[in-house]
Design a protein around this ligand. Sequence first.
Ligand code: ZN
Length: 713
Amino acid sequence: MRIFKAVHSPWLLILIPIFASGQSERLRGFLTRDAAAERVLESRAQALPDTTNLRKYLNFLAGAPHYAGSPRSKASAEYIAALLRRWGLDTEIERFDVVMPYPTVRRLEVVGPKRYVARLKEPPVPEDPDSTDLYQLPTYNAYGATGEARAEVVYANFGVPEDYDWLAKQGIDVKGKIVLTRYGKSWRGIKPKVAEEHGALACLIYSDPHEDGYYEGDVYPKGPMRPPDGVQRGSVLDMTLYPGDPTTPGWASDRDARRLPLSEAKTVMKIPVLPISYADAEPILAQLAGPLVPRDWRGALPVTYHAGPGAAVVHIKTDYDWTVKPVFDVIATIPGGAVPDQWVLAGNHHDAWVNGADDPVSGVVALLETARSLSTLQKTGWKPKRTIKFAFWDAEEFGLIGSTEWVEKHQDELRQKAVAYLNSDNTGRGWLNVGGSHTLEEFVTEVADSLLQPGTNASLAQYAVHHPSPAETEPPNAKDGTFALSALGAGSDFQGFLDYLGIASLNEGFEGQTKSGIYHSVYDSIFWYSHFSDSSQVDGRALAQFTATALLRLSNCSLLPFEFGRFVRTVGRYADEVQRAAEVGGHKLDLSGIRRQLEVLENTSQNYEALLEVTVAKPALHPVRLEEFNRKLIETERALTRPEGLPNRPWYKHQIYAPGFYTGYAVKTLPGIREAVEMKDWKLAQQQAATVEHCLEDMNVVVSEATSQMSGL
Ligand SMILES: [Zn+2]
């Protein structure tokens, strides 16, 4: 952990005035007159989340395996719904029927030279009572193909395209072979996809101790890291094409829904895939011949890492129960008073691979306390201006299914009404990390500045800018010494809202001090979470307070708190990056159209801010015109989408943020241009630049219309 330096940092000069003088007078989107009352309301809400409750919900929800489609997942939904109803919230459970495979056959053996039968099982740990729970879902990768193969093995490192370039240089072809890859660097679904593209017969994905095992720390139960037989389950659905039920792309999986035949579902893998532990991977790696792999391909197992092919020959066989299974989303509503047709939403998934104390229950319990806090305010007669919806999604783990189907079902209404979507998922110990739409960066900073980091006198924002972002692939929290949002790629339920519908979205959680090697294993349990993560639940409580505050502000403010200057600067940086990348590739990309639009937006944004200053000083605003103004502001994020979507993946409509086609989790900003540049398709890159220019032009029209509307408020 870095030392907290309080005196010489430049940001303090910026933040102290906001903190000291701004507390009561200024609150983005609120009339000066209303700000103090809002602060009072917020502090009432912030006093309500309770660590005892967080622990109580955690004990129930993580007390048994509750994978999507299981009776226990339905029981989780019913438990959550019962709590929300007890608190007086209008709550319903929405069911979808989706194709989710459960494993029926999983066989893996090294046929020779030295025979080894893989265990494919995570043994119980005496200290952890949940490690012996019944109904654990076996270790597998959902949406790998039913099939069988027997072939020599090639080790392909992280299994991303450039790894195959190195293999090709050695004259190694994976065609007709079984590829062994390791977890890390890319989202897991990329690995079998790329293996399949190169003609491999099957793909194994193992957890090398270098990434989250003994190389990183003591293994469970002595420490938090992955023990030898620990396995990372997970979906390999090709979500870079589209998430959700693979047989209903773009429409809801209702019980009687039209469905593609499974054989036509493009997101299902065509080759068998299995995740394995490092105990099961070692006998394969130890028997590989062929060239020594490069230094950065080597893991931490006590073997010499060779690329193969051979001498190891492996036999793999997989089969699944591919039937349609029910999933249950829980939706609770606090109806708005003045503007019920503008919605602010917050969600977290409730399904887990096994017990899931960390993923997702730590986030579920925080959101439940947020809901309880706001319902408590509601009972005292408070009514938000706008409608607030809480969502607890099912089947996120299989491919963001519960949220995607819900978004697809309610898409027309959401396009019209949704102001913003706040997502959370697993949350640990550390500091606040938020990713999302940069039009909300100013807003998020202000919210994060109005709450204290547990155990310190620093605000959440101040504390976070002093700490690096835990994910190496993401930009640091602190850009120019101020709190900043990372861009959203993939990995949780915000995708349907942001990527498909163009609803401004955030993803929030605490991280940085929790080390974890139990991801998607049976060891993601109450015992693990209480010993190695947010054991006192104080960071969970801070997350509940943060979400409650953000929801209160978004639902109560007079003028929605979008801001465009930070967006302009961020997109400008993205443009610089892709331009440099093209230059490195030997091409001069013309982004002058984008730059022109950003310049216009920068100017409009300055006028907007100046006018906002005058407007919030008024004693009152015209309610009808105000509603029209806010409706206009909602359109700003929608303007960044195109109905035809990104090249080759029409489901992805947002033109500024998307998960990378070959990176998965990691975001690609200006994805259409950037991926064309990476492929050196200069014509496509230029076309995509024109598309982004048109999006920004549309956004400029909307923002300048909003600015003129503001003068009439
Ligand atoms: Zn999760």
